[in-house]
Design a protein around this ligand. Structure first.
Ligand code: IPD
Ligand code: CA
Ligand code: CA
Length: 262
């Protein structure tokens, strides 16, 4: 089975549905009954659509529906990564789908719907960007950028206590890098590392549905994707940059103990 082709088809279909149904921003923001409800309903509808297109017998881990099924093949799905951007009409949100076989991610798609950009990768097959009406382009991350000239993307969780630690950490990082970006979608941030739109990314508290597809895309574009102290990338920390910059950023972050609780 061509997992990438199917994942891309499904991510495009979900993206079209979301774009068609996304309420105009003033509508959403003006509704007294929580605007987030509208978004939650679309999140759930998109995940249902995606799940309905996944072959029977495959396991699924989705942000909205949790883990279902078992077996060697598991689809990892975030129906909307960057929900706050989606709510406000900012263009940085995406449908993210990864396919894992025997515990290894073999294919990933991040459909950045408002921009008409679809990022894809297969394990060993490179990372690619298909822009609307543009030829498919192979991606390479930036290399040879020292920490003090690095544009570093990061993100913040939703819980106040965790944010307080993240704010302390970013206050230490900001004076030592070119600048910080907070795009609002982990999946898009990782694709930005892959395409050289930022030099590095780190974040604590993301989940496999946030970084599964984007992590493969960044790695296939030549970036190192991992955690602190030689660990794999995981909810406690995701770090991503070209080798060299990865180590510099790691050595800046590690002594700050960024995985601690407030
Ligand atoms: C969030 C985004 C954001 C990151 C958060 C995630 P959501 O996902 O990826 O960039 O900073 O940690 O939870 O809630 O928009 O699917
Ligand atoms: Ca997410
Ligand atoms: Ca989400």
């Amino acid at each position: 089975m061509n997992y990438l082709a199917l994942a891309e088809e499904i991510a495009r279909e979900a993206g079209e549905m979301l774009l068609a149904k996304r309420p105009a921003r003033p509508d959403v923001v003006a509704t007294k009954s929580s605007p987030t409800d509208v978004v939650t309903a679309l999140d759930e509808e998109a995940e249902r659509l995606i799940r309905s297109r996944i072959p029977e017998g495959h396991a699924v881990l989705g942000e909205e529906g949790g883990g279902t099924g078992s077996g060697a093949v598991r689809w990892i799905v975030d129906p909307i990564d960057g929900t706050v951007n989606f709510l406000y009409g900012l263009p940085e949100w995406a449908v993210s789908i990864a396919v894992e076989v025997d515990g290894r991610i073999v294919a990933g798609v991040v459909n950045v719907v408002p921009r008409g950009e679809v990022f894809t990768a297969t394990l060993g097959g490179g990372a690619w960007l298909a822009g609307e009406g543009a030829p498919r382009e192979r991606l390479r991350c930036n290399t040879g950028v020292p920490l003090e000239r690095a544009l570093v993307a990061t993100g913040f969780g939703y819980a106040a206590g965790r944010r307080a630690v993240q704010a302390e950490v970013v206050a230490h990082v900001l004076p030592r890098v070119r600048d910080i970006r907070r795009g609002g979608s982990c999946a898009v941030d990782l694709c930005s590392v892959a395409s050289g739109r930022v030099d590095a990314y780190y974040e604590r508290g993301t989940n496999p549905w946030d970084y599964g597809a984007g992590g493969l895309i960044a790695a296939e574009a030549g970036a190192r994707f991992g955690g602190l102290h030689g660990r794999a990338a995981g909810p406690s920390m995701v770090l991503c940059a070209a080798p060299g910059l990865f180590e510099e950023l790691h050595n800046l972050l590690a002594p700050l103990d960024p995985e601690r609780d407030a």
